[in-house]
Design a protein around this ligand. Sequence first.
Ligand code: G3H
Ligand code: 13P
Ligand code: ZN
Length: 318
Amino acid sequence: MIVSTKKLFAHAYGQYALGAYNINNAEQLMGLFRGNIESQAPFIIQISKGARKYTDKRLLEAMIRASEQIFPEAIFAVHIDHGDEETCLDAIRSGFYSSVMIDASDKDFAENMAITKRIVAAAHAKDVAVEAELGQLGGVEEHISVAEDRAHLTDPKQAEEFISQSGCDSLACAIGTSHGAYKFSGSQSIHFDILEEIQKLVPGFPLVMHGSSSVPAEEVERINAAGGKLKGAKGVDETQFKNAANLGVTKVNIDTDGRLVWTRVHREFFRDQPEVFDLRKPGEIFMNEYAKYIFHKNQMLGSAGQLEAVRQSLQFRK
Ligand code: G3H
Ligand code: 13P
Ligand code: ZN
């Protein structure tokens, strides 16, 4: 059942975070649904602009509709990841999406606010929720001074102003993580202090953590042992998700880890069975392995086992 992102957030807030998983194809969708059903977790499917272009947005949407029928037990929201204005408006008009992310974080504060307000007006008219972003995502580099590091992180006071004036429903905050497989050099530091300050200023307001793949060391080793070249890849410590959830993070974005599972499965498969050319063989392994990954990740996020409680809460929440 496709549901409102806001309702999922209302249930999760302060207790656990929802996994927001990027998808691009049918195998990812099957693994994603199986993993979430097996772990009894509500979840968010997110689709980037690149994913909508890869095959065709209508194909992805139709596959999600089909998955809803194949897995009637599932409770999930459908979200646009890192949308520009045009993509968000197109998604809002389609009536298919629970929420959109308008990413104008590369603009200055005033322009980010103006763009976000326009999307909020269009989205709320259609009961679609809006995630905005303030601050710039970036890994923590050893050579960067504390002042330089702080400069691109989300400023809690600005976040409070942005939230109250823009009318957005959730905010992606820059707290030291970055996209991709190379997040941290040197010691890891998620800036929990920023989350804490924001939570004090806007208690109950849902926050979003981007760049949350954990880039498992074992996965990277296996990829490299099968011919890959991912040197020094490093991600977020997954034992920190629950702390983040207690501080108001309700959505944790994960894409890279899924790509790593795909890469490991396919590299190992073709290394070990060079005579095979049936695409369904590695595809089957991938779906199982991705489902296992999702199952594990939902335990770390605390969303595992929440499905029935969410179902109950949906009956009472407007
Ligand atoms: O944050 C970006 C996501 O990982 C989506 O990546 O734009 O390559 O689909 P993509
Ligand atoms: P990762 O690259 O860490 O998976 O982050 C994905 C993301 O933030 C999508 O919006
Ligand atoms: Zn992101």
